[in-house]
Design a protein around this ligand. Structure first.
Ligand code: 6GU
Length: 225
């Protein structure tokens, strides 16, 4: 899979992909991530990427030319399955969307900043708009990092234990059950006996029960889906 991210603040995307699972996924060639600085595509005198909005009002708007020029270059080189715009008024990200995005070959992610982007970009280039929650971030970069992390870990081979992503919270609309590791007792707090019993069938059943209990208590909305 290839992911191209367009931003005016590329520094924000330096570290999220350069450690742990995301770095290994790139080292093992499961994914290629390219971050493009929209400013490099500005032909303005001072490399401006924004301008005042028509009709007046506070806040700058990201200009159409540098973004269009960057997207045009990339789309001339390959076909993108989706051209995604990160925006708080997009469709809310969930595991189902992540699952389908993880199957694509090439995706392009545009991060918004300032007051927004020229609407013509959204009308003529964007195929999907994604939000990561009902709150406002300063820009789409951190949200893009969330999307990339959530989809890259689903690519087969990225996680060591292939079944691991499948048993994630949300994959079956259930939250994960509690987990424990050594020691079996700490300050008098004991690991549930059943997990030490070696009875795999009983353990499996206990985990299912706990997952269901936890979901009912914390996210009953998932059970209604
Ligand atoms: Cl995708 N962008 C911004 N700027 N804020 C957000 C968001 C995206 N998702 C939730 N809040």
């Amino acid at each position: 899979m290839r992911i191209d991210i367009l931003t005016v603040v590329p520094q924000l995307l330096d570290s999220p992909f350069s450690a742990s699972i995301m770095q290994r996924a790139q080292d093992k060639k499961h994914v290629q991530i390219f971050v493009h600085n929209i400013r490099d595509y500005s032909t303005a005198k001072h490399k401006n990427v924004d301008d005042y909005q028509y009709g007046g009002g506070a806040g700058m708007v990201m200009s159409i030319e540098p973004i269009a020029s960057c997207i045009d270059k990339l789309t001339s080189e390959r076909t993108y399955d989706q051209i995604i715009f990160m925006t708080p008024d997009g469709e809310m990200l969930d595991q189902k969307t992540c699952n389908s995005l993880s199957l694509y070959k090439n995706i392009l992610i545009l991060c918004g900043h300032y007051k927004g982007i020229d609407e013509r970009i959204r009308e003529h280039y964007i195929t999907k708009e994604i939000s990561i929650g009902s709150y406002v971030l300063s820009g789409g970069e951190l949200a893009a990092a969330v999307v990339v992390d959530a989809i890259v870990r689903l690519i087969p081979g990225v996680l060591n234990d292939e079944s691991s992503a499948l048993s994630d919270s949300f994959q079956d609309n259930l939250l994960s059950p509690p987990v424990y590791t050594r020691p079996p007792e700490f300050k008098g707090w004991r690991v549930p006996d059943i997990l030490l019993s070696g009875n795999t069938k009983a353990i499996e059943q206990w985990r299912e029960e706990k997952a269901f209990e936890r979901t009912k208590e914390r996210r009953p909305d998932l059970l209604n889906d």
